[in-house]
Design a protein around this ligand. Structure first.
Ligand code: FAD
Ligand code: NAD
Length: 475
């Protein structure tokens, strides 16, 4: 007789493993199937995020930032640090150890929550049956009352610059360099391009980024995008906008990249090339022909607002469905799916999902950009506050950037908050909470913020919306 579960989750990234744990918290019997294999041949839960995304990239960003500050900032504090050097291999070992601890932690969480973690491939058959093929065994058919698909995404590969795993690599390859390449090319000035470009630039690579769009960080508020462009160019990151890559090929130990921009045909030669032009949903081998699940024209699993696919009691969450490809978005969808399965009311507020780019300065936002609000036709007011006027930021020697708040003219509702500056990724949480509670700008104005803190910049920006800033001249 086949084994049967209340819920089977396919995929143990942040969308799937969180959904599995929440389902188990409801007292349901749960299995979570995952096939992720690391370069050492070992399987690990955690998906892209823990193994090859959020966590390893943040580990390297931290190490490289410390190295950069030791070289360029310590002196200002009166600290002499001569002969500062970086042992890249040790840095990579630290990163790998963090990844190991966290992925191992999921196995522990599964055990504690009584989720059955199954290592191998999952395939959805008709009638909510799931074929499970263990890495080293025969396929078995499992049965479930509910299925959650959480199979994530994979990097987009350009035909004109195919990955060779050595010189032309994806983000995972760029996280694993054993030394800083002399010259590093990056195709795509998106989140990955800027984060990983920053890592290797701080460690000594000469970095050139080729971006197809004319606007830098086109998805961000324009004022923030322009400030970011200024900061990155100060740091020595060369970004060519409006650059359309036409080919990239190996030439001995280098890669020759051809591209066209407003000035015509261009060429750049680099030692390594990272292609980071987005990710696509991953659903290969996931469905039997008669599973009934539909994909859209871009390959995403079609779901409604509650992450229900077209097949009864089959949900899909995370990067394999529409919406931003962010770990926290996937996790909240996993929670929602599990809560709905348990018969609870649940929803995800897609209007209040924070975006964070972990560069220096950090960039974070939630809600609408000024351009989006303007296009919506709603009357609005804005206020901003520069970190240059923040005592805490000065003490931290991190005064670049600002907080900008966009609010509705009619009812004072906070519509968007945009931050570029120190700890922007932490500061944005206050704004997310405000938006989640549909706060007015006055609510933030009347909230007491500790002094001296970076959060005071959020407070002052909210005051500036109504020309009431106290520590900076008003408009
Ligand atoms: P994934 O994490 O991709 O997990 C899917 C899992 O399903 C994988 O383990 C896969 O092996 C498994 N799987 C797929 N098909 C099957 C099958 N048929 N059977 C069994 N198992 C299967 N997001 C952030 O929010 N913050 C960040 O700082 C951040 N940094 C990033 C940095 C990089 C370099 C990259 C590449 C991404 C980053 N992201 C970040 C994005 C984030 O990693 C993804 O949004 C997130 O991992 C999506 O979670 P998921 O659970 O949907 O999918
Ligand atoms: P992205 O969508 O952020 O950026 C891709 C960039 O490549 C865009 O600016 C795009 O205009 C450009 N581009 C596309 N085709 C191009 C071409 N042919 N030539 C030149 N430029 C081209 O994608 P990404 O940086 O690859 O990241 C993938 C996903 O991972 C994103 O959805 C992101 O949300 C997620 N991620 C998040 C974080 C974070 O939250 N801090 C970090 C890394 C990745």
């Amino acid at each position: 007789m086949s084994r049967s579960f209340d819920v089977i989750v396919i995929g143990a990234g942040p969308a799937g493993y969180i959904g599995a744990i929440r389902a188990a918290q409801h007292g349901l019997s749960v299995a979570c199937i995952d096939e992720w294999q690391n370069r050492d041949g070992k399987n690990a839960f955690g998906g892209t995020c823990l193994n090859a995304g959020c966590i390893p990239s943040k580990a390297l960003l931290e190490s490289s930032e410390l190295f950069h500050r030791a070289n360029h900032e310590f002196n200002k504090h009166g600290i002499s640090a001569s002969d500062v050097s970086i042992d890249v291999s040790k840095m990579q070992k630290r990163k790998a150890s963090i990844v190991r601890q966290l992925t191992g932690g999921i196995a522990g969480l599964f055990k504690a929550a009584k989720v059955e973690g199954l290592v191998g491939h999952g395939k959805l058959l008709a009638g909510r049956k799931v074929e499970f093929t263990p890495v080293d065994g025969d396929a078995e058919t499992l049965e479930a009352r509910f299925v959650i698909l959480a199979t994530g995404s994979t990097p987009v590969e350009l035909k004109i610059a195919p990955f060779d795993g050595e010189r032309i690599v994806d983000s995972w390859g760029a996280l694993d360099f054993e030394e800083a390449p002399g010259r590093l090319g990056v195709v795509g000035a998106g989140v990955i391009g800027l984060e990983l470009g920053s890592v290797w630039s701080r460690l000594g690579s000469e970095v050139v980024v080729l971006e197809a769009m004319e606007d830098f960080l086109f998805m961000a508020d324009r004022q923030i995008g322009k400030e970011a462009q200024k900061q990155f160019s100060k740091q020595g990151l060369t970004v060519h906008l409006g650059a359309s890559v036409t080919s990239a090929s190996r030439k001995g130990e280098t890669v020759v990249v051809n591209y066209t921009d407003a000035s015509g045909d261009q060429q750049v030669e680099v030692d390594k090339l990272v292609v980071a032009v987005g990710r696509r949903p991953f659903t290969e081998g996931l469905f039997a022909d008669d599973s009934g699940v539909e994909l859209d024209e871009r390959g995403f699993i079609v779901v409604d607002d509650e992450c229900r696919t077209r097949v009864k009691n089959v949900f899909a969450v995370g990067d394999c469905v529409r919406g931003p490809m962010l770990a926290h978005k996937g996790s909240e969808e996993g929670v929602m799916a599990a809560d709905l399965i348990a018969g609870e009311i649940a929803e995800v507020n897609y209007n209040a999902i924070p975006s964070v780019i972990y560069t220096s300065p950090e960039i974070a936002w939630v809600g609408k950009t000024e351009e989006e609000v303007k296009a919506s036709g709603r009357a609005y007011k804005t206020g901003s506050f520069p970190f240059a006027a923040s005592g805490r930021a000065k003490a931290m020697e991190q005064t670049a950037g600002m907080v900008k708040i966009i609010s509705a003219q009619d009812d004072d509702e906070v519509l968007g908050v945009h931050i570029i500056g120190p700890m922007a990724g932490e500061l944005i949480s206050e704004a997310v909470l405000a938006m989640e509670f549909q706060a007015s700008t006055e609510d933030i104005q009347r909230t007491i913020h500790a002094h001296p803190s970076l959060a005071e910049a959020v407070h002052e920006a909210s005051l500036a919306v109504d020309n009431k800033a106290l520590n900076f001249p008003n408009k």
